[in-house]
Design a binder for this molecule. Structure first.
Ligand SMILES: *[C@@H]1O[C@H](CO)[C@@H](O)[C@H](O)[C@H]1NC(C)=O
Ligand SMILES: *[C@@H]1O[C@H](CO)[C@@H](O)[C@H](O)[C@H]1NC(C)=O
Ligand SMILES: *[C@@H]1O[C@H](CO)[C@@H](O)[C@H](O)[C@H]1NC(C)=O
Length: 504
């Protein structure tokens, strides 16, 4: 070989290896991620650890809980006529929408009552006869009522109005706050039977912080943040084949240490710790804005106060501000791999969502050119709805969530049908989403829970295995829901320790 050719080859060799190096840089060596969601850490989800709520007085009367009141004397329900904007009467034999009140908790015994028009019940002035009108848009003193429960039967109640007097159903059409008696007899016009619609109880961040109230919540939350996930857990993850975490946070963390009430400060320094531990143990971090201001889906996990979805155009700038804050704070960490702009929007206007995703993307890019920007696919839309929109950005990812749950189609599936569904349907969904120069796809949530009643451990191992296999085809990877949970199949820590899944 001539020396010329030798040098040409040498050059070619360097050229190739350097290009190969550049390629693997763009392809990022930690992708596809094998990650886990640190759910119920900075955004509380009561179902994952119900005991967190045990110390709350009147813990069945949380923000958003729906209640109905029947006058024991008249045997009729209180009703906000027309669902709101009008008087409150006591003439209904059955209770449904207009007879249902959503609680906004003021303290452990005092509440505002939100009716179906989203207005609040208020006490009118004395010269208006101490009547009740359900026509207020923002609650304050005149909208605050105390629920006093009977010691022997907590669902026998009397309701004290802001004038200090009790509500009484004088007749079916006359309900006034002008009663001073104290009898608990069923014939007393101030006694009501309260139905707490237990299926409507929301147990999220708003409920836990407001439920404990400003004196107790800070310690409860700080103890939780400091013990639920620790450095030991990051060590466990890296030793067991996980290389990433998706960390749900709420919008209020951007205002730490003094977030608006009832939220509690102190989470930000714990999130800082998470980055330190991640760097030390070689774990990539996705910061996921799980709870946007106003709530993007009305679910407890978006920190909704009362189950209504309020997020929309008027919330975009506050939501972008939270992203801007997080991107600025963590852009320089070598562990930051991505910022997720919003989790599981459901029922929001698609154009508003796109304007927000555009603005959120720009906010991340102000601080980082390399961090991926993750856009969650709206739950109520086709999984391809954002594909072409997202294709216009660089280093962008679409997040889809795959559960063999939450739909009737899974109710009667047996073990093999569940496995085949993942192998065929999920695999084909993923491949239709995957394009050569479009966004990367991320299965940002999935779980080993299923509707199969009597499955063996071996069956469950297969179900875990097939999901790992198929979801690893997503080019950005996957994140299990969750790391820890009282319910074992939702805890990857439990599943690894009990040999239901092996990742390395
Ligand atoms: C790959 O990940 C590392 C660590 O998060 C990051 O520093 C780097 O910029 C990433 N590369 C790309 C192209 O995103
Ligand atoms: C209840 O009372 C209101 C106010 O008088 C009246 O408009 C309504 O028709 C009554 N409804 C029933 C079911 O009696
Ligand atoms: C709760 O609020 C009501 C109404 O404002 C007030 O009368 C009561 O003293 C408060 N209770 C507690 C425990 O703060």
């Amino acid at each position: 070989m001539s020396s010329q050719l030798f040098y040409a080859n040498l050059l070619l060799f360097f050229y190739l290896s350097c290009c190969h190096f550049a390629l693997s840089q763009t392809e990022n060596s930690s992708l596809p991620l094998k990650a886990v969601n640190l759910g119920n850490w900075f955004v509380i989800e009561g179902w994952m650890k119900p005991s967190l709520f045990d110390g709350i007085t009147n813990k069945d009367l949380l923000d958003g809980t729906q209640v109905q009141f029947m006058s024991t004397k008249l045997q009729k329900y209180l009703c906000a006529e027309h669902g709101g904007g009008s008087i409150v009467v006591a003439n209904r034999t059955k209770a449904s929408g207009w007879e249902t009140f959503r609680l906004w908790r003021v303290n452990e015994t005092a509440f505002n009552f939100r009716v179906s028009s989203k207005q609040f019940v208020r006490l009118t002035n004395q010269d208006e006869g101490n009547a009740l009108l359900a026509d207020s848009d923002s609650p304050s003193d005149m909208e605050t009522f105390e629920i006093l429960r009977n010691d022997d039967d907590p669902n026998r109640v009397r309701i004290r109005a802001p004038n200090g007097q009790f509500l009484q159903a004088i007749s079916e059409t006359v309900v006034l706050a002008n009663y001073q008696g104290s009898s608990w007899d069923d014939s007393d016009p101030s006694v009501f039977k309260m139905n707490v619609l237990t299926g409507t109880i929301i147990r999220g961040e708003y409920q836990i912080t407001n439920g404990y109230g400003p004196d107790k919540a800070p310690k409860i939350m700080r103890d939780h943040w400091n013990t639920y996930i620790t450095e030991e857990d990051f060590n466990f993850m890296s030793e067991n084949g996980l290389n990433g975490v998706r960390i749900p946070v709420g919008w209020w963390i951007a205002q730490d240490p003094t977030p608006p009430k009832p939220f509690v400060g102190g989470a930000l320094e714990v999130l800082d710790n998470a980055f330190t531990w991640a760097e030390k143990h070689g774990i990539k971090v996705i910061v996921d804005l799980h709870a946007a201001p106003g709530s993007q889906n009305g679910k407890p996990h978006s920190a909704s106060r009362d189950g209504y979805l309020e997020w929309g155009d008027s919330y975009i700038s506050d939501t972008v501000a939270a992203i801007d804050f997080l991107a600025e704070r963590y852009a320089s960490s070598p562990s930051l791999i991505a910022i997720e702009l919003m989790n599981e929007p459901q029922g929001v206007n698609l154009e508003s969502l796109k304007s927000y995703y555009q603005a959120g993307y720009n906010a991340v890019r102000k601080h980082s050119s390399s961090a991926y920007v993750i856009m969650s696919n709206p739950l109520d839309r086709d999984s391809k709805v954002l594909l072409s929109f997202a294709g216009a950005f660089s280093n962008v990812v679409i997040d889809v969530h795959y559960y063999n749950l939450f739909s009737d189609r899974f109710s009667n599936m047996n073990v093999q049908q569940n496995i085949d569904f993942v192998k065929k349907q999920r695999a084909s969904d993923l491949s239709t989403l995957t394009t050569s120069n479009g966004p990367l796809i991320f299965v940002g949530e999935w779980s080993g829970d299923w509707k199969v009643q009597k499955a063996s451990k071996k069956d469950h191992q297969k179900f875990m295995q097939v999901q790992v296999e198929v979801y690893s085809r997503a080019r950005f990877g996957w994140a299990y829901w969750a790391y820890k949970c009282d319910s074992n199949f939702w805890s990857i820590k439990w599943l690894i320790e009990n040999n239901h899944v092996k990742l390395n």
